[in-house]
Design a protein around this ligand. Structure first.
Ligand SMILES: Nc1nc2c(c(=O)[nH]1)N[C@H]1C(S)=C(S)[C@@H](COP(=O)(O)O)O[C@H]1N2
Ligand SMILES: [Mo]
Length: 326
């Protein structure tokens, strides 16, 4: 029986993927921020509701430009051995070692809330009749590394429409399985289990938002969120919730795991934004883990607004103050 390392806060985890000098800078930044009024202002913003989204639907044809990229792919072995999946431990190599205990079949998803056709549905029925698509997406972790991964899956919006969301469905909330028998990390209070995430309904329906069931042409490995997980490529990686067992249509902004843990650091929207630093570190650059180079020597490149998907998604946030709604 493997013993898991006790929970380390994300600040420490970030040091693993950052060079010493940058890490020391972050420490200084943290000290400076602790003394500034900015943090207080940020943490107050969870109170109010954001303005309603503009009525500017993005057509699938417009979004298609974001469906693939010619950038070098992350190697399969890196995609499947350097993971964040706290249900299996907080170390990057914990999930690939521990997640084999997750049973992914049979798998059912409970759908409820503001919709005409709630119910429990098996995974096969959930995606039945929807043609699987391949999407090559960049995914950027809030900790500062990114990957380029060929995913297979179905557009989330097409799945959600089957449940006939009502006019009151302004948000969609997602929940991960939390079974301490299968998920050793759940025995530690690293986050308030179960892992929860949420999207505004227009974000959930956006053609770029993928419900992934595979990568590199194979079924999803457990450590990557088998048997189904979100991939929301313009948002920080933690929005891409893994091993989903429940979907709820909601009228109010749902609670999310990282926001609940540290609201001043993780907002509801969490769109990738190089102009809004995390309170403890800069978000201006990222380490791209791709190609043959080892992840230890990953190239540092500039981070782009909305992770490079601005053309497809920026219209959803027109008129929103992205510093307030981070
Ligand atoms: N249930 C659950 N989903 C999760 C996480 C988690 O800890 N638990 N980690 C998130 C984070 S922080 C990232 S960066 C991505 C990583 O996905 P990958 O390991 O497939 O690259 O998964 C996200 N989804
Ligand atoms: Mo992440």
């Amino acid at each position: 029986m493997r013993t898991l390392r006790p929970f380390r806060p994300p600040a420490v985890a970030a040091s693993e993927i950052t060079d010493e000098a940058v890490y020391r800078d972050r420490r200084r930044l943290l000290a400076a921020l602790a003394a500034s009024p900015v943090l207080g202002a940020l943490s107050g913003c969870a109170e109010a509701e954001p303005p309603p989204p503009p009525r500017t639907p993005v057509s699938t044809a417009d979004a298609r430009a974001g469906f693939r990229t010619g950038e070098p792919l992350t190697r399969y072995e890196d995609v499947t051995s350097y993971n964040n999946f706290y249900e299996f431990g907080t170390g990057k190599d914990d999930p690939s070692k521990a997640a084999k205990t997750l049973r992914t079949s049979p798998w059912t998803v409970a759908v409820d809330g503001e919709c005409a056709r709630p119910g429990r549905i098996g995974l096969e029925d959930l995606v039945r009749g929807l043609a699987p698509q391949e999407r090559i997406y960049r995914l950027r972790c809030v900790e500062g590394w990114s990957m380029v991964i060929p995913w297979q899956g179905v557009p989330l919006g097409e799945v959600l429409r089957r449940f006939e969301p009502t006019a009151k469905a302004k948000y969609v909330a997602f929940t991960t399985l939390a079974d301490p028998q299968q998920m050793p990390g759940v025995r530690y209070r690293s986050i308030d289990w179960p892992y929860r995430e949420g999207l505004r309904i227009d974000e959930a329906m956006h053609p770029l938002t993928l419900l992934a069931t595979g990568l590199y042409g194979k079924p999803l490995p457990q450590q990557n969120g088998a048997p189904l997980r979100l991939v929301v490529p313009w948002k920080y990686g933690f929005k891409s919730i893994k091993s989903i067992v429940a979907i709820r249509f909601a009228e109010k902004m749902p609670a999310t795991a990282w926001n609940a843990l540290q609201p001043s650091e993780y907002g509801f929207f969490s769109n990738v934004n190089p102009d809004v630093d995390h309170p403890r570190w800069s978000q201006k650059t990222e380490r791209r883990i791709a190609g043959q180079a080892s992840k230890l020597f990953a190239e540092r490149i500039p981070t782009r607004p909305f992770n490079g998907y601005a053309e497809q998604v920026a219209s959803m946030y027109a008129g929103m103050d992205l510093r307030k709604w981070f």
